[in-house]
Design a protein. Structure first.
Length: 185
């Protein structure tokens, strides 16, 4: 088994909430169901990262952060079924576009991070996990998973099942880096 994290690809658009307070709504997704209380967050596509910078191309999976996966309609059609059994899709309102964006809210939070074997940086004041530099997972806890979170960090993790589906569909804007490889293959 392999575990991956997503990252944005240079040259492709990013998505940002229009309202400052909506950053928290997106960042605080924790695996709880949000469908009943979710109101579509207004977002805008950044077509340039800075004034005078190159124009960014439209992405099937526009980048928002490692804590979130955003899908355009094309990506939802291609990989939505693979993600549906581990999460839910929350509407995003893309300003100036008719295209529907969906925010994937993974519903699996699994206590699978082996903290003793991982290389972890903690906040000195609280002891909470700031960053995981090297991940070690308990493989038995991840059997059959496609996407998940761990309680220690906000990062979304993906297994080969999802990464293969993204690759097979040729989706643009987000790539995946392997952060852990288990013993079973």
């Amino acid at each position: 088994m392999r575990v991956f994290v997503a990252h944005g690809v240079d040259g492709f658009e990013w998505i940002m909430p229009v309202e400052e307070h909506d950053f928290q709504s997106v960042y605080e997704l924790d695996g709880s169901s949000m469908v009943a209380s979710w109101r579509p967050v207004r977002v805008r596509a950044l077509d340039r990262l800075h004034d005078g910078g190159p124009i960014l191309r439209q992405a099937d999976l526009p980048w928002l952060g490692e804590h979130a996966l955003v899908l355009r309609s094309s990506a939802y059609r291609a990989i939505g079924p693979a993600l549906a059994d581990v999460g839910e899709f929350l509407a995003l309102d893309l300003v100036g576009s008719e295209d529907r964006l969906r925010l994937f809210n993974v519903r699996r939070t699994i206590d699978a991070l082996d903290e003793g074997s991982s290389d972890i940086v903690r906040f000195p004041s609280t002891g909470r996990v700031m960053k995981v530099r090297r991940h070690e997972f308990r493989e038995e806890a991840l059997t059959g998973e496609g996407a998940f979170r761990v309680p220690e960090v906000r990062t979304l993790f993906f297994t080969e099942k999802i990464v293969r589906a993204v690759d097979a569909a040729g989706l643009s804007g987000t790539e995946f880096d392997m952060v852990w490889e288990g013993l079973s293959r």
